[in-house]
Design a protein around this ligand. Structure first.
Ligand SMILES: [Zn+2]
Length: 430
């Protein structure tokens, strides 16, 4: 039920906001998203599809529009899982062991050499491996990457965790003591195409329709798992419900959608995105970021793990990459006198700015930051990426206050009065 009608021109953040953004509503959505019914919401599973359908139903109920006139709130796309059946790599006439080769490809067959048009690059001894490797994450052309053997221990990290975009460029990583002038790579792969989906809803802007403000969170989680947990203890409850990671952020996105639709005074277009496949490589956000011109996105609020108290206690959260744009400062200024504080991320050594879906947009220059309360020092908070990330560990009242504070802090962006500075993509490196 819509409680506030469109005729309200100015909105006071008094009791009215509580009618939509309250602990009871947090609990209703959280309960559904983190229930065993959703089977831990792993990408490519039935549970993930169920969660997407639930979010889409809620977007519809809230009265949102679909993205770009699409028939559905589900933004579907295909990815390909690649299994290499046979592989032969030669460098200057010498065969390379299969364990020294990693293929990122969605081609059924690769048959290439130094004259096939693949760009030859190398990660030399002494370079910063993670920074160099990140350059080939979403390749704009085909690459052969020679990696110095001094990086042998980091090399396995290049192994794809999930799948590749269909028809994406290929990257061939080869661990070798020296670059080769003459090389050949032959591989035969079995491909399995799988569909996945983001859930995207829109509230068109009243005047600045082509300026977007995004609210996002990822609805996928780790699914059903056995074996041992992070600390080596046997797993007894096999469903990883991900109540905090990131049913909490998804809940916030859904509630903000309902709230902004009800107050109905946004001059800019608001886009609400529940991303898939964050946990296996951020593919949902990557696909989403290719559907528009990043220059049109004025700000992105990515919401991740806001279910527990931050290190400063209640009524506070932190913003990652605080110094990469002035968005955080503006948000905090908009909250002046509210008793709520957004702090700069206190765990900068953990690289959180680059560890969630905001990074995909930040790399394109968008002021895109993650809002979180999770204690992420080493070791991180006790339920992180464990089956014990259950609804009972969340503080619904505090979550409601955080969501309200995001709404209030975003008011200037939504109205078009405030525009944060752009992130410098050169500043966004692993
Ligand atoms: Zn997460």
């Amino acid at each position: 039920m819509v409680l506030l009608l469109g005729s309200i021109a100015t909105f006071s953040f008094g009791q009215d906001i509580d009618k939509i953004l309250n602990a009871k509503e947090v609990e209703r959505i959280e309960k559904t998203l983190s229930s065993d019914e959703m089977e831990g919401r792993a990408t490519f599973t039935r549970g993930n599809d169920k969660a997407a359908a639930f979010i889409a139903k809620e977007f519809k109920k809230a009265g949102l529009k679909t993205w770009n006139g699409s028939k559905s709130f589900l933004q579907s796309f295909s990815m390909v899982r690649t299994k290499t059946d046979s592989l032969s790599v030669m460098l200057d006439g010498v065969a390379v062991a299969a364990k020294s080769v990693i293929l990122i490809t969605s081609q059924p067959e690769l048959n290439i050499n130094q004259s096939s048009g693949y760009e030859k690059v190398s990660i030399a001894r002494g370079s910063v491996f993670a920074t160099e490797a990140a350059k080939y994450r979403n390749p704009t052309k085909n690459y052969v990457v020679f990696i110095d053997t001094s990086f042998a221990s980091s090399f396995p990290r290049l192994q794809p965790r999930g799948a590749s975009f269909k028809n994406n460029n290929s990257v061939i990583y080869i661990l070798t003591p020296q670059d080769a002038k003459i090389f050949s790579v032959y591989a035969k792969n079995t491909l399995t195409e799988q569909k996945l989906q983001n859930v995207v809803g829109v509230i068109p802007g009243k005047s600045r329709k082509n300026e977007y403000v995004l609210f996002g969170g990822h609805y996928d989680h780790l699914g059903i798992r056995g074996g041992k947990d992070r600390e080596g203890n046997p797993i007894t409850d096999s469903i990883f419900n991900g109540a905090n990671d990131d049913a909490a952020g998804t809940t916030a996105v859904m509630m903000l959608a309902k709230y902004f639709k009800a107050i109905n005074n946004n001059e800019r277009t608001l886009v609400f995105a529940a991303f898939t496949a964050e946990e296996i490589g951020g593919f949902g956000a990557t696909y989403f970021s290719q559907q528009y011109n990043p220059a049109d996105v004025m700000a992105m609020f990515n919401i991740e793990m806001i279910g527990t108290e931050s290190k400063w206690g209640k009524n506070s959260a932190y913003i990652t990459g605080y110094d990469k744009s002035d968005m955080g400062k503006m948000m905090q200024a908009n909250l002046e006198g509210s008793g709520f504080t957004f702090y700069p991320d206190p765990y900068t050594t953990q690289g959180l700015f680059l560890r969630s879906d905001n990074a995909t947009l930040a790399r394109l220059g968008v002021p895109a930051h993650t809002i979180s309360t999770a204690k992420m020092e080493n070791p991180p908070e006790p339920n992180y990426h464990k089956a014990s990330d259950e609804i009972g560990t969340l503080d619904m009242e505090n979550m409601a206050r955080i969501i309200k504070s995001i709404a209030i802090s975003s008011a200037g962006f939504v109205s078009g009065k405030q525009t944060p500075s752009r992130v410098n993509p050169a500043d966004v490196r692993r």
